[in-house]
Design a protein around this ligand. Sequence first.
Ligand code: 2U9
Length: 348
Amino acid sequence: MIGQLEDILAQLIELRERAIAELEGITTSAQLDEWDTRYLGRNRGELKNISAVMPKLTKEERPVIGQKINTVKAALEQALKDRREALKQREMLQRLEQERLDVTLPGRTLPAGHMHPLSRVIQESTDIFVRMGFQIVQGPEVETDYYNFQALNVPTDHPARDMQDTFWVAPGEILLRTQTSPMQIRSMKRQRPPIRVVVPGKVYRNEALDASHEAVFHQIEGLLIDEYCTMADLKGVLERFAHEMFGPERRLRFRGSYFPFTEPSAEVDISCASCNGTGCRVCKYTGWLEVLGSGMVHPKVLREVGYDPAKYRGFAFGMGVERIAMLKYGVSDIRLFSGNDLRFLRQF
Ligand code: 2U9
Protein backbone atom coordinates (compact mmCIF):
# COMPACT_ATOMS: atom_id res chain seq x y z
CA MET A 1 0.00 0.00 0.00
CA ILE A 2 3.09 2.27 0.18
CA GLY A 3 2.75 2.94 -3.54
CA GLN A 4 -0.80 4.28 -3.09
CA LEU A 5 0.28 6.54 -0.23
CA GLU A 6 3.06 8.10 -2.30
CA ASP A 7 0.70 8.43 -5.19
CA ILE A 8 -1.78 10.39 -3.05
CA LEU A 9 0.98 12.57 -1.61
CA ALA A 10 2.21 13.30 -5.15
CA GLN A 11 -1.34 14.16 -6.23
CA LEU A 12 -1.67 16.57 -3.33
CA ILE A 13 1.61 18.31 -4.16
CA GLU A 14 0.66 18.52 -7.83
CA LEU A 15 -2.77 19.87 -6.90
CA ARG A 16 -1.30 22.54 -4.64
CA GLU A 17 1.19 23.72 -7.24
CA ARG A 18 -1.33 23.76 -10.05
CA ALA A 19 -3.90 25.59 -7.97
CA ILE A 20 -1.44 28.22 -6.76
CA ALA A 21 -0.02 28.75 -10.26
CA GLU A 22 -3.54 29.23 -11.60
CA LEU A 23 -4.35 31.65 -8.82
CA GLU A 24 -1.53 33.94 -9.96
CA GLY A 25 -3.28 34.56 -13.27
CA ILE A 26 -6.69 35.40 -11.80
CA THR A 27 -7.79 39.04 -12.18
CA THR A 28 -11.49 39.16 -11.23
CA SER A 29 -13.42 38.16 -8.13
CA ALA A 30 -15.76 36.04 -10.30
CA GLN A 31 -12.79 33.97 -11.42
CA LEU A 32 -11.67 33.72 -7.78
CA ASP A 33 -15.07 32.28 -6.77
CA GLU A 34 -14.85 29.79 -9.59
CA TRP A 35 -11.34 28.78 -8.46
CA ASP A 36 -12.61 28.39 -4.88
CA THR A 37 -15.36 25.99 -5.98
CA ARG A 38 -13.07 24.01 -8.24
CA TYR A 39 -10.31 23.34 -5.71
CA LEU A 40 -11.84 23.82 -2.27
CA GLY A 41 -15.52 23.17 -3.06
CA ARG A 42 -17.27 21.02 -0.45
CA ASN A 43 -19.12 19.01 -3.12
CA ARG A 44 -16.89 18.25 -6.09
CA GLY A 45 -13.77 20.21 -5.21
CA GLU A 46 -10.54 18.53 -6.29
CA LEU A 47 -9.27 18.38 -2.71
CA LYS A 48 -12.54 16.75 -1.66
CA ASN A 49 -12.12 14.15 -4.43
CA ILE A 50 -8.68 13.22 -3.12
CA SER A 51 -10.08 12.99 0.43
CA ALA A 52 -12.58 10.42 -0.88
CA VAL A 53 -9.87 7.75 -0.78
CA MET A 54 -9.50 8.05 3.02
CA PRO A 55 -11.86 5.18 3.92
CA LYS A 56 -9.76 2.87 1.75
CA LEU A 57 -6.57 3.63 3.67
CA THR A 58 -5.16 1.77 6.63
CA LYS A 59 -5.43 3.12 10.19
CA GLU A 60 -1.76 4.12 10.06
CA GLU A 61 -1.99 5.81 6.68
CA ARG A 62 -5.09 7.88 7.44
CA PRO A 63 -3.53 10.43 9.84
CA VAL A 64 -0.55 10.93 7.49
CA ILE A 65 -2.79 11.68 4.53
CA GLY A 66 -5.34 13.52 6.67
CA GLN A 67 -2.66 15.87 7.97
CA LYS A 68 -1.25 16.43 4.50
CA ILE A 69 -4.72 17.19 3.14
CA ASN A 70 -5.24 19.70 5.92
CA THR A 71 -1.90 21.36 5.23
CA VAL A 72 -2.69 21.69 1.52
CA LYS A 73 -6.19 22.91 2.31
CA ALA A 74 -4.82 25.54 4.71
CA ALA A 75 -2.22 26.62 2.16
CA LEU A 76 -4.84 26.99 -0.58
CA GLU A 77 -7.21 28.89 1.72
CA GLN A 78 -4.43 31.26 2.72
CA ALA A 79 -3.41 31.76 -0.92
CA LEU A 80 -7.05 32.47 -1.84
CA LYS A 81 -7.33 34.98 0.98
CA ASP A 82 -4.11 36.74 -0.05
CA ARG A 83 -5.21 36.83 -3.68
CA ARG A 84 -8.61 38.25 -2.74
CA GLU A 85 -6.92 40.94 -0.68
CA ALA A 86 -4.49 41.77 -3.51
CA LEU A 87 -7.35 41.96 -6.03
CA LYS A 88 -9.36 44.26 -3.75
CA GLN A 89 -6.34 46.50 -3.41
CA ARG A 90 -5.86 46.54 -7.19
CA GLU A 91 -9.51 47.28 -7.85
CA MET A 92 -9.42 50.17 -5.41
CA LEU A 93 -6.32 51.63 -7.05
CA GLN A 94 -8.00 51.29 -10.45
CA ARG A 95 -11.11 53.10 -9.17
CA LEU A 96 -9.03 55.83 -7.61
CA GLU A 97 -7.28 56.27 -10.95
CA GLN A 98 -10.56 56.29 -12.94
CA GLU A 99 -12.39 58.62 -10.58
CA ARG A 100 -9.43 60.90 -10.09
CA LEU A 101 -10.52 64.32 -8.82
CA ASP A 102 -8.34 67.39 -9.05
CA VAL A 103 -9.25 69.32 -5.94
CA THR A 104 -6.85 72.10 -6.93
CA LEU A 105 -8.92 73.08 -10.03
CA PRO A 106 -10.43 76.56 -9.62
CA GLY A 107 -14.21 76.51 -8.93
CA ARG A 108 -16.77 77.81 -11.42
CA THR A 109 -18.16 81.13 -10.14
CA LEU A 110 -21.85 81.69 -10.93
CA PRO A 111 -22.72 85.22 -12.03
CA ALA A 112 -24.39 86.96 -9.08
CA GLY A 113 -26.93 89.76 -9.49
CA HIS A 114 -27.48 92.60 -7.08
CA MET A 115 -30.19 94.94 -5.88
CA HIS A 116 -31.67 97.53 -8.23
CA PRO A 117 -30.54 101.05 -7.22
CA LEU A 118 -34.17 102.00 -6.48
CA SER A 119 -34.64 98.98 -4.23
CA ARG A 120 -31.45 99.98 -2.47
CA VAL A 121 -32.66 103.53 -1.87
CA ILE A 122 -36.02 102.23 -0.60
CA GLN A 123 -34.27 99.76 1.69
CA GLU A 124 -31.81 102.33 3.04
CA SER A 125 -34.49 105.01 3.56
CA THR A 126 -36.99 102.75 5.28
CA ASP A 127 -34.19 101.42 7.52
CA ILE A 128 -33.44 104.98 8.64
CA PHE A 129 -37.10 105.59 9.51
CA VAL A 130 -37.43 102.20 11.24
CA ARG A 131 -34.51 103.21 13.46
CA MET A 132 -36.52 106.33 14.38
CA GLY A 133 -39.49 104.17 15.41
CA PHE A 134 -41.58 104.23 12.22
CA GLN A 135 -43.44 101.19 10.97
CA ILE A 136 -43.31 100.22 7.28
CA VAL A 137 -46.70 99.59 5.65
CA GLN A 138 -47.60 98.84 2.07
CA GLY A 139 -50.90 98.88 0.22
CA PRO A 140 -52.75 98.46 -3.09
CA GLU A 141 -51.78 100.33 -6.24
CA VAL A 142 -55.37 100.34 -7.49
CA GLU A 143 -57.32 102.67 -5.23
CA THR A 144 -60.63 104.42 -4.85
CA ASP A 145 -61.15 108.14 -5.46
CA TYR A 146 -62.06 108.42 -1.78
CA TYR A 147 -58.74 107.19 -0.35
CA ASN A 148 -56.56 108.82 -3.01
CA PHE A 149 -58.26 112.26 -3.14
CA GLN A 150 -61.38 112.91 -1.04
CA ALA A 151 -59.99 111.81 2.34
CA LEU A 152 -56.85 113.83 1.63
CA ASN A 153 -58.79 117.07 1.14
CA VAL A 154 -58.12 117.21 -2.59
CA PRO A 155 -61.16 119.12 -3.92
CA THR A 156 -63.25 117.79 -6.80
CA ASP A 157 -62.07 120.58 -9.08
CA HIS A 158 -58.37 120.09 -8.29
CA PRO A 159 -56.26 119.68 -11.46
CA ALA A 160 -54.80 116.40 -10.15
CA ARG A 161 -58.23 114.83 -10.54
CA ASP A 162 -58.28 115.75 -14.18
CA MET A 163 -58.38 112.99 -16.79
CA GLN A 164 -55.05 114.36 -17.97
CA ASP A 165 -53.20 113.78 -14.68
CA THR A 166 -54.65 110.57 -13.27
CA PHE A 167 -54.86 107.08 -14.78
CA TRP A 168 -58.49 106.18 -14.16
CA VAL A 169 -59.67 102.57 -14.07
CA ALA A 170 -63.32 103.62 -13.65
CA PRO A 171 -63.45 107.41 -14.17
CA GLY A 172 -64.33 109.26 -10.98
CA GLU A 173 -64.26 106.07 -8.85
CA ILE A 174 -61.28 103.72 -9.31
CA LEU A 175 -57.75 104.83 -10.19
CA LEU A 176 -54.06 103.97 -10.10
CA ARG A 177 -52.87 105.74 -6.94
CA THR A 178 -51.08 109.03 -7.63
CA GLN A 179 -49.40 108.95 -4.20
CA THR A 180 -48.99 106.38 -1.41
CA SER A 181 -51.08 108.54 0.99
CA PRO A 182 -54.24 106.36 0.71
CA MET A 183 -52.36 103.85 2.87
CA GLN A 184 -51.80 106.45 5.61
CA ILE A 185 -55.56 107.13 5.61
CA ARG A 186 -56.18 103.38 6.03
CA SER A 187 -53.57 103.21 8.84
CA MET A 188 -55.24 106.09 10.70
CA LYS A 189 -58.68 104.54 10.35
CA ARG A 190 -57.36 101.18 11.54
CA GLN A 191 -55.76 102.38 14.78
CA ARG A 192 -55.66 105.25 17.28
CA PRO A 193 -52.64 107.60 17.74
CA PRO A 194 -49.76 107.56 18.30
CA ILE A 195 -49.06 106.66 14.67
CA ARG A 196 -45.69 106.45 12.99
CA VAL A 197 -45.80 104.91 9.53
CA VAL A 198 -43.69 105.06 6.39
CA VAL A 199 -45.17 103.87 3.10
CA PRO A 200 -42.87 103.03 0.18
CA GLY A 201 -44.38 102.05 -3.17
CA LYS A 202 -45.18 102.59 -6.84
CA VAL A 203 -47.34 105.50 -7.92
CA TYR A 204 -48.80 106.51 -11.29
CA ARG A 205 -49.20 109.88 -12.96
CA ASN A 206 -50.40 110.68 -16.41
CA GLU A 207 -47.80 113.32 -17.23
CA ALA A 208 -45.55 114.44 -20.03
CA LEU A 209 -42.37 112.36 -19.86
CA ASP A 210 -38.88 113.84 -19.78
CA ALA A 211 -35.51 113.39 -18.03
CA SER A 212 -37.12 114.05 -14.65
CA HIS A 213 -40.69 112.74 -15.12
CA GLU A 214 -41.96 109.18 -15.48
CA ALA A 215 -45.57 107.93 -15.52
CA VAL A 216 -44.67 105.18 -13.06
CA PHE A 217 -42.33 106.07 -10.23
CA HIS A 218 -41.75 105.36 -6.55
CA GLN A 219 -42.53 107.33 -3.44
CA ILE A 220 -41.77 107.11 0.21
CA GLU A 221 -44.26 108.92 2.40
CA GLY A 222 -44.21 109.24 6.16
CA LEU A 223 -46.83 110.14 8.74
CA LEU A 224 -46.64 110.78 12.48
CA ILE A 225 -49.67 111.58 14.64
CA ASP A 226 -49.52 112.23 18.38
CA GLU A 227 -50.87 114.56 21.08
CA TYR A 228 -47.77 116.69 21.22
CA CYS A 229 -46.16 117.19 17.88
CA THR A 230 -44.83 120.30 16.16
CA MET A 231 -43.01 121.36 13.04
CA ALA A 232 -39.80 121.15 15.08
CA ASP A 233 -40.34 117.38 15.30
CA LEU A 234 -40.85 117.28 11.53
CA LYS A 235 -37.58 119.17 11.04
CA GLY A 236 -35.73 116.85 13.41
CA VAL A 237 -36.93 113.69 11.66
CA LEU A 238 -36.17 114.99 8.16
CA GLU A 239 -32.77 116.34 9.20
CA ARG A 240 -31.83 112.95 10.67
CA PHE A 241 -32.99 111.28 7.44
CA ALA A 242 -30.98 113.67 5.24
CA HIS A 243 -27.82 113.29 7.35
CA GLU A 244 -27.97 109.49 7.29
CA MET A 245 -28.84 109.35 3.59
CA PHE A 246 -26.58 112.08 2.19
CA GLY A 247 -23.99 112.73 4.92
CA PRO A 248 -23.83 114.70 8.21
CA GLU A 249 -22.44 117.83 6.58
CA ARG A 250 -25.63 118.47 4.55
CA ARG A 251 -27.95 121.32 5.65
CA LEU A 252 -31.72 121.54 5.14
CA ARG A 253 -33.84 124.51 4.09
CA PHE A 254 -37.62 124.69 4.52
CA ARG A 255 -39.54 126.81 2.01
CA GLY A 256 -43.21 127.61 2.50
CA SER A 257 -45.45 125.78 0.01
CA TYR A 258 -48.97 124.47 -0.49
CA PHE A 259 -50.48 120.96 -0.49
CA PRO A 260 -54.21 120.30 0.09
CA PHE A 261 -53.44 117.69 2.79
CA THR A 262 -50.98 119.70 4.92
CA GLU A 263 -51.13 123.14 6.59
CA PRO A 264 -48.67 124.72 6.89
CA SER A 265 -46.72 123.04 4.11
CA ALA A 266 -43.06 123.24 3.22
CA GLU A 267 -40.80 122.10 0.45
CA VAL A 268 -37.44 120.90 1.72
CA ASP A 269 -34.12 121.57 0.02
CA ILE A 270 -30.77 120.01 0.84
CA SER A 271 -27.47 121.86 0.44
CA CYS A 272 -25.76 120.82 -2.80
CA ALA A 273 -23.08 118.17 -2.18
CA SER A 274 -21.22 119.01 -5.41
CA CYS A 275 -20.38 122.60 -4.39
CA ASN A 276 -21.18 122.46 -0.67
CA GLY A 277 -23.82 125.16 -1.17
CA THR A 278 -21.71 127.73 -3.02
CA GLY A 279 -23.47 127.22 -6.35
CA CYS A 280 -22.60 125.03 -9.34
CA ARG A 281 -24.14 123.49 -12.47
CA VAL A 282 -25.70 120.59 -10.48
CA CYS A 283 -27.78 122.95 -8.28
CA LYS A 284 -28.25 125.50 -11.08
CA TYR A 285 -26.12 127.95 -9.10
CA THR A 286 -28.59 128.11 -6.18
CA GLY A 287 -26.56 125.98 -3.72
CA TRP A 288 -29.77 123.97 -2.97
CA LEU A 289 -31.51 120.85 -4.31
CA GLU A 290 -35.19 120.13 -3.73
CA VAL A 291 -35.57 116.70 -2.07
CA LEU A 292 -39.04 116.43 -0.56
CA GLY A 293 -42.35 117.96 0.48
CA SER A 294 -43.80 118.08 3.97
CA GLY A 295 -46.17 119.77 6.38
CA MET A 296 -48.46 119.48 9.38
CA VAL A 297 -51.43 117.21 8.61
CA HIS A 298 -54.48 119.33 7.66
CA PRO A 299 -57.21 119.40 10.38
CA LYS A 300 -59.74 118.36 7.72
CA VAL A 301 -57.75 115.16 7.08
CA LEU A 302 -57.62 114.41 10.84
CA ARG A 303 -61.36 114.99 11.17
CA GLU A 304 -62.04 112.77 8.14
CA VAL A 305 -60.48 109.73 9.87
CA GLY A 306 -62.25 110.49 13.16
CA TYR A 307 -59.43 112.21 15.05
CA ASP A 308 -60.12 115.36 17.09
CA PRO A 309 -57.81 118.10 15.67
CA ALA A 310 -57.96 119.85 19.05
CA LYS A 311 -56.33 116.81 20.66
CA TYR A 312 -54.15 115.34 17.97
CA ARG A 313 -51.78 116.79 15.41
CA GLY A 314 -49.19 115.30 13.14
CA PHE A 315 -46.75 115.81 10.35
CA ALA A 316 -46.35 114.16 6.97
CA PHE A 317 -43.71 114.14 4.28
CA GLY A 318 -43.26 112.68 0.84
CA MET A 319 -40.35 112.11 -1.50
CA GLY A 320 -39.74 110.63 -4.91
CA VAL A 321 -37.40 107.62 -4.69
CA GLU A 322 -36.03 108.19 -8.20
CA ARG A 323 -35.19 111.79 -7.33
CA ILE A 324 -33.36 110.71 -4.15
CA ALA A 325 -31.45 108.06 -6.13
CA MET A 326 -30.55 110.60 -8.85
CA LEU A 327 -29.15 112.99 -6.24
CA LYS A 328 -27.35 110.28 -4.28
CA TYR A 329 -25.72 108.59 -7.28
CA GLY A 330 -25.47 111.51 -9.69
CA VAL A 331 -27.89 110.09 -12.29
CA SER A 332 -29.05 112.68 -14.83
CA ASP A 333 -32.02 110.90 -16.48
CA ILE A 334 -34.87 109.29 -14.50
CA ARG A 335 -35.64 106.94 -17.40
CA LEU A 336 -32.40 105.02 -16.79
CA PHE A 337 -33.96 103.39 -13.71
CA SER A 338 -36.64 101.59 -15.73
CA GLY A 339 -34.57 101.07 -18.89
CA ASN A 340 -33.00 97.78 -17.76
CA ASP A 341 -29.73 98.66 -19.45
CA LEU A 342 -27.11 96.45 -17.77
CA ARG A 343 -24.35 98.96 -18.51
CA PHE A 344 -26.25 101.35 -16.21
CA LEU A 345 -27.34 98.82 -13.57
CA ARG A 346 -23.90 97.22 -13.21
CA GLN A 347 -22.52 100.52 -11.91
CA PHE A 348 -24.30 100.06 -8.58
C1 2U9 B 1 -51.64 112.02 4.89
C2 2U9 B 1 -51.50 113.36 5.08
C3 2U9 B 1 -50.50 114.05 4.45
C4 2U9 B 1 -47.68 113.53 2.26
C5 2U9 B 1 -46.90 114.63 1.62
C6 2U9 B 1 -45.71 115.72 0.11
C7 2U9 B 1 -45.88 116.70 1.03
C8 2U9 B 1 -44.98 115.89 -1.15
C9 2U9 B 1 -44.22 114.89 -3.16
C10 2U9 B 1 -42.76 114.68 -3.10
C11 2U9 B 1 -42.26 114.39 -4.45
C12 2U9 B 1 -44.75 113.86 -4.09
O1 2U9 B 1 -43.17 112.15 -5.19
S1 2U9 B 1 -43.49 113.52 -5.22
O2 2U9 B 1 -43.85 114.07 -6.44
N1 2U9 B 1 -44.87 114.83 -1.90
O3 2U9 B 1 -44.52 116.96 -1.46
N2 2U9 B 1 -46.30 114.55 0.44
S2 2U9 B 1 -46.75 116.10 2.32
O4 2U9 B 1 -48.67 114.12 3.01
C13 2U9 B 1 -49.62 113.38 3.62
C14 2U9 B 1 -49.78 112.05 3.40
C15 2U9 B 1 -50.75 111.36 4.05
C16 2U9 B 1 -52.74 111.25 5.55
